[in-house]
Structure formats: structure tokens, C-alpha cells
Ligand binder design. Sequence first.
Ligand code: GDP
Length: 509
Amino acid sequence: MTDYNDLIDKARKGDQRSLGRLARLIDDNQDGAGVVVSRLFPQGGNAHIVGITGPPGAGKSTLVNALVREWRKTDRRIGVLAVDPTSPFSGGAVLGDRIRMQEHATDPGVFIRSLATRGHLGGLSRSVLPLITLLDATGFDTIVLETVGVGQEEVEIKDLAHTTVFVTVPGLGDGIQAMKAGILEIADVYLVNKMDLPHAESAVKDLQSMLLMSTQRSAWVPPVLRTIALEAEGIPELTEIIAAHWTHLRDSDGLKEWSARSAEMSITEAFREAVEDRVLKVVSRDNDEFNEDVRKVSNREEDPASVAARWLSLAKIREEKRMDFYDVIKARRSCRVFSPDPVGRDVLERVVDAAQWAPSGKNRQNWRIYVVRGQKKDELVQVADRSFPRLEPGLKKLYDERVVEFTRGFFKTLGGAPVLMVFYSKPTDEGPFVDTQSISAAIENALLAAAYEGLGACWMTGPVHLKNEVDSLLGVEGMDLIAFVPIGYPGKEPPVPPRKEGRVEWIGF
Ligand code: GDP
């Protein structure tokens, strides 16, 4: 397993390769991306995030390039995230960005990444938020977010960036009028680039008069700046204004308000993405339960909204639990209270598969696993219930009445588990000692896999003495019944008893 902490440490020390690896992990939403982002998140919150937005061709990339050059005169570390919604497969303009930014390619204090949009955040890429977290938490002082926008659809950029700069150019004329509704609310700084072109001053005047008409009044009055990005003219003034706005935010309640707005937006987005991910997982031809619902809706036995509501309640609860190996070991405790939510067949198959990868004596793999739900499971639960009296005296010797009562209740319903796995071992000439070890390894694998999947399970031997009843319910002959393993999502997280001392002797150390 990749040591993310090591990568994060190196990235923080300025190692571009580690940073690049983390960025790719996040951008491709690979396994582990979520873990990395939650580890990084508490260390962020220091960078100044600057949004540069405006219509295509306004000179944003040229401007960002010049800005980076200006900022690098001091020792600030600068990250640039360029988002291009016009390019569905990182073509055209993204390449353009790279070429324009090339002068900074070898500068370890600059990190540049172009992102293709995936239709999120009003045209912004889904990985923008986590990538901002990455740069912020690894010590970048300023993060530039360059986006194409003409107004309306860019409302979210002000929730992503502390300071938003709107770039326009002379000659758009009526175009600017058309945009005004959208842009008047988004920017903290307005900028007319390409001041070397004809009618540049009238573009500035247009903007100024539009801003005067704005009804929004706040302590910060958005200035209108003039630049010729190609010649880096007006860039020092731009960096000064950007810094002044940052100071203004920090000295007023502005930063607090921004943080709250931004947090609200990012939770909403993360939630939307999580639900979307779950939906995509559910809506699959490989999913038996989903196929069953498809059949029902096409036969008009149930309406689509009711099916969706049912799946949504599952999606809400079953957020993916990805754990480190040692966390899985500790999470695998005996669960005795289950939620009635059904468990997907795909998840159960992974658990059973893990069981079958266990080692076995002479590789006989002489186990048989019955995965049971519905009517047959209920009948097996009744057998478990009948097996309890034989256990009772032993329990009474060890525990108080409360524990005995709880256990009795557990045997009655198996904690309400929706699925029961029954493990059998087929005797071999290795003898019961070896056979028991093989099947035990398989059961333990299943229990660990279940914990990894966020499921609860527990290893029960109580019903074994009613083997004949279980055999006849399952139609089994000539095998040893080893265990019942009820399985399902935990209704209550199982307790974690502390480990006992003095169980290990170290010899020769
Ligand atoms: P973006 O699409 O907003 O990122 O714009 P680019 O930075 O790609 O610039 C678009 C074109 O405008 C390029 O050919 C730039 O060389 C040119 N450009 C950028 N800034 C200026 C400027 O200040 N004056 C003039 N005349 N052209 C500029």
C-alpha cells in the first residue's frame, strides 16, 4: 500500500514529483484519493485563492503567466489550476496553457495543472476543490484558479476563490452588456486587458458605468484595472490590488463570511458527488437487485420514484469505508446488532471471494459456503434460537444476567442480520485438526473482508450441535458444520474490548 504520508511530507518540502503523483491520484479520483484529501484538509486554510475568469481569448493565460512571474520575484510558492470547459478531452486550449506557462515549468516554486471539465460546478472540474486542498495544505502561498466564463455560469467561482478577477477586452461592446447581469456580482477586481487595442478606454468606461449601476454595495469597491498582459504592463498594480483585497478580507468579517459560504458550497458539492457515485454503482446491469427493480418498473409493479427513494436511503447510509489494513483488523469485531438494510450481491461476492483465497491444507480448499437470505435464512435462525439453551449454563457461569439475556435475544433473531453465511468443511484424510485450520482461515478472511466493506459479522459456533437440522434445511450430506456467520450492515457499532497483556513471549530478541 502506498505510503501517502511519505508523499505528503515530500510534497510539502517542495518535491514536485510527489506533488504530481498526489495531484494525479486526486484528479483521476483513484482509490486512496479520499484518504489523502481528508488527511490534507486540516492542514489547509492558509493559501490565498485567486480566481481569474473571463471570456475565451481575453488573455487570461497570458495574464496568469505574467502574474506568476511577478509573484516569483518574492519567494512565494504559486499553484495554478487551469480549468477549460471548452475542451472535453484536454485538447486545444489546455495545450495552449502549457505552452504559455512553459517558462515556469522548471521552477520548483510553481505548480501548474490543466484540468478538463467534467460538467461540475458550473463548468468547473470535479477535482478542483480537492486539488485546491492539496496545494493549500502543501504550502502554496497563492493558488490561481483560471476558468473560462462569460458571466452567469460562473457564480460558484466566488465561493472557490477569495479574490475573483474578471478579465475582459476591448471590442466586446454589446457582449459586455449581455454579460453584465452575471458578472456584476462575481468579481472583486475588474480588468480590461489588451489595452493596446483600439477602443480600449471606452471598454474601461463601459465597465465603470456598469459597476456604478450595480445595486450591490459593500465596503470593498471593485476597481477597474488596465493591463497589456503580453507586455506585462499593469501587472504590478494588479498584484497590489489582489494583495489589498486579501488584506481587506482578513481585516474585516469578509474572510469568515467567505469561509462559511465556501464550506456550505463544498459540502453540498461533496454530497452531490457521493450520491452520484452511489447512483452509478447501483445503476448497473450486474446488480441483481437493480435488475429486479428494472423488471418491476417495466411491468408497472412499482413506480420509478419509489424505487429511487428506496435506493437513496441505502446510498445515504452506505458511504464507502476504505480502511488501512491494520484498521480493518481492529474493525473486525463481533457485530450482534444489524440494520435491516439489504446487502448488495456484489459486496457479498467480494466477501465470499476473500474467504476462498484462504490457505488450506494441501490446497484442498475443502470448504463449502452457503450464503442464505429470505425464508431459508429465517428457518436457520429458528435453529439457532433452539440451540441457545445448551449454551445458557456456561454463559451464566461467566456473565451476569444482563449479558445472558442479551445473548438469548441475539440467538432469537441473529441480531436481525439480513444474510447468513453457513460454513461447512468437507473432511479430508488430513484429519479434523488440519481441516479445522483450513476452514478457520477461510472464515477469518470473510470476516476481515466484511469489516473492510463496512459490514458487521460474527462467528457463531452455538448452532453446530444442531447440525442435523441445519444439514437437512440446506440439503447437506457428509460434511462438518463449522460456523454460522450472520452478516449485514451494523445497526450498532460493536464494542472494542481492550487487548490483554502477557499473551506474547519474545524469545531471542
Ligand atoms: P485566454 O483564452 O483568455 O487564456 O487568452 P490567451 O492568454 O490564450 O490569449 C489569447 C490571445 O490574446 C493570445 O494570442 C495572446 O497572445 C493575446 N493576448 C494576450 N494578452 C494580450 C494583450 O495584452 N494585448 C494583445 N494585443 N494581445 C494579447
